[in-house]
Design a protein around this ligand. Structure first.
Ligand SMILES: Cc1cc2nc3c(=O)[nH]c(=O)nc-3n(C[C@H](O)[C@H](O)[C@H](O)COP(=O)(O)O)c2cc1C
Length: 227
């Protein structure tokens, strides 16, 4: 969004920028003093322009797509929690380990998950239009390997305290928090589907524990920073 400085005030569009001085001339005469209308956003624009001007030297950025490896290398530096996403397909529970989980809005309560379309759980989520997001505690770090590796697919719902809702959504009782979602929207982006889930239930969980952290291709425990 761009504003225009008409000499006295920031305006949202060209018409307003031209009209404002005309209004001031008509109503004011020589004694009229035009008071600039500045809201907080206007002030932020001015301040950000000053900040931008102080960012020297300028770095030339070539705007071509970076390689997949370069991208992965950067994303490795993003620390996140880990979730087990679970659903059902043809009467059987399906799931995967996932870090691509994010809050979307609190009202209505909704979150998003990004699931590779080649993941065995993808079709279950797509067809049942329901899934759970189970946030892992550090004690359950071993579940990442089970839910993240195709070779261990058969072990996925044999380890841990799993329950099934009547609608066929598996819930992990050991999670820090569990969000039961119904799919409100699915968007295909490259190799993945982004599912937007409306949160329809949050079953009570065990006592609070520390979350599991995933960073630089490995699991970690949380440590408080000294600030
Ligand atoms: C820590 C971790 C995070 C992952 N995050 C995601 C994710 O957000 N989305 C996704 O589609 N796959 C993710 N994966 C990969 C899936 O867990 C994995 O491809 C899947 O479980 C393989 O099982 P399948 O052969 O039954 O599909 C992640 C794996 C690990 C280990």
């Amino acid at each position: 969004m761009h504003g225009h400085w008409n000499g006295s005030a920031w305006c949202w569009n060209q018409e307003e920028a031209v009209a404002a001085p005309r209004r001031s001339a008509l109503s004011g005469g020589s004694s009229f003093r035009f008071v600039p209308r500045r809201n907080d956003f206007d002030k932020a624009v001015v301040m950000n322009e000053a900040a931008a001007a102080s960012l020297q030297p300028r770095t030339a950025v070539r705007e071509t797509l970076v390689s997949a490896d370069q991208f992965r290398e950067g994303m490795r530096q993003f620390a996140s929690g880990v979730a087990l996403i679970a659903s059902s397909h043809e009467g059987r529970p399906v799931g995967l380990a996932a870090t691509a989980v994010n809050s979307v809005s609190a009202d209505p309560p909704s979150l998003l998950i990004c699931v590779n379309r080649s993941a065995s759980a993808h079709e279950g989520i797509r067809h049942s239009r329901a899934f759970s997001v189970n946030l892992l505690a550090v004690e359950d770090a071993h579940m990442v390997e089970i839910f993240g590796s195709s070779a261990r697919r058969s072990e996925r719902f044999t380890d841990g305290d799993w329950h099934m809702t009547t609608a066929g959504v598996p819930l992990f009782r050991g999670a820090l928090a569990t969000f039961v979602c119904r799919v409100a929207e699915r968007v295909e982006v490259a190799s993945h589907s982004i599912f937007i889930g409306e949160v329809v239930a949050m079953p009570a969980q065990a006592a609070p524990r520390d979350p599991l952290i995933y960073f630089d291709r490995g699991v970690r425990a949380l440590e408080k920073a000294d600030v």
